[in-house]
Design a protein around this ligand. Structure first.
Ligand SMILES: Cc1cc2nc3c(=O)[nH]c(=O)nc-3n(C[C@H](O)[C@H](O)[C@H](O)COP(=O)(O)OP(=O)(O)OC[C@H]3O[C@@H](n4cnc5c(N)ncnc54)[C@H](O)[C@@H]3O)c2cc1C
Length: 290
């Protein structure tokens, strides 16, 4: 492990200052479950950790009916998936948060860290994209908001500039008669990186799809929002045919690689399988069947 200095920020402004002064070798430390591994393996040149967990804005969960959900970016996953409002209104977030690492990891790791780490296979990101999330960012030039669907730019890369970090993540209040769901495929049940994952949000008006967002992960350099899959659904009845059309759009959008966890063909196939599964699960939730 390389020697790394540690600084604890207690306000957003102080963290911005520390990160700006630290330059390119300063890194935000949230749960540390990715960045400490990187530092230990010397895969990144890191000279300073700026710990953001002690900034009040960075920890906590606030849900207001009609307005939506705001998560402090460093809120640990176990707090997210145990929160009654998250359980009631954002099941896709619960499903993704619940499988990241194991219990010990979930005590530290955050959705802000999952997003900022920007792995193509990150489990939280497709759920957050499907739920229409926004990242609220602070930096030397002030504050800005970026849709989570546009946050990642390449494997391990994203829109954050030097000195910027994510303060919070927000999600609109789901419509009446809506549901969300998330699933991944991994070769074993615990502690593995997704071969493919998928998240959806679906709102129904009777049997017709009023709104939909479909996202897939581990099938391209970044997690993907698939607008064509939503277009295959919106304004149409939710049938096996329209679900298959959305799955086909996901397969078409996928541009996977072959690696030790799976082949490109397997990943493309899985994108379709998982999109069908999560659409059916979200539809059951939208109808109140679950
Ligand atoms: C054993 C093990 C199992 C794992 N299993 C999974 C898994 O199943 N699925 C999965 O998706 N991931 C998994 N991970 C990876 C990791 O746990 C997650 O990505 C986690 O969500 C990272 O959150 P963190 O708070 O620990 O981030 P950190 O490690 O603190 O930070 C990760 C990166 O994001 C930056 N960062 C953190 N917070 C912010 C912020 N608010 N603003 C700007 N930049 C920030 C850091 O500088 C760093 O570059 C696993 C890791 C381990 C060690």
């Amino acid at each position: 492990m390389q020697a790394v200095k540690y600084a604890r920020a207690t306000s957003v402004d102080e963290a911005v200052q520390m990160l700006r002064d630290g330059g390119d070798v300063a890194r935000v430390l949230a749960g540390g479950t990715d960045v400490i591994v990187l530092a230990r393996e010397r895969r990144r040149d890191i000279d300073l950790f700026v710990d953001i967990k002690h900034i009040p804005d960075l920890i906590g969960i606030d849900y207001q009916a009609g307005q939506g959900l705001t998560l402090g970016a460093a809120t640990p996953l176990y707090e997210v998936y145990n929160h009654p409002d998250v359980k009631a209104h954002y099941p896709a977030l619960v499903e993704a948060s619940h499988v990241i690492g194991g219990t010990a990891i979930q005590g530290r790791a955050s959705l802000g860290g999952n997003l900022a780490n920007s792995s193509p296979a990150a489990d939280g990101i497709p759920a957050m994209i499907a739920l229409g999330g926004t990242a609220h960012i602070a930096g030397p030039n002030g504050r800005r908001d970026v849709p989570i669907a546009e946050f990642c730019t390449a494997p391990g890369r994203n829109v954050l500039e030097t000195g910027e970090f994510i303060v919070s993540l927000s999600f609109p209040d789901p419509a009446a008669n809506s549901g969300s769901a998330w699933e991944r495929f991994i070769p074993r049940n615990e502690m593995d990186i997704a071969v493919t994952n998928a998240g959806v949000y679906l709102a129904l008006d009777g049997d017709t799809v009023a709104d939909a967002r479909v996202a897939i992960g581990a099938v391209a350099p970044t997690p993907l929002l698939v607008p064509a899959a939503a277009e295959a659904l919106i304004g149409k009845p939710l049938t096996d045919e329209t679900i298959e059309a959305a799955a086909e759009a996901a397969r078409q959008a996928a541009n996977p690689i072959t690696d030790m966890r799976g082949t490109a063909d397997q990943r493309r196939h899985l994108a379709g399988v998982l999109v069908k599964r999560v659409l059916n699960k979200a539809a059951a939730r939208a109808r109140g069947d679950e």
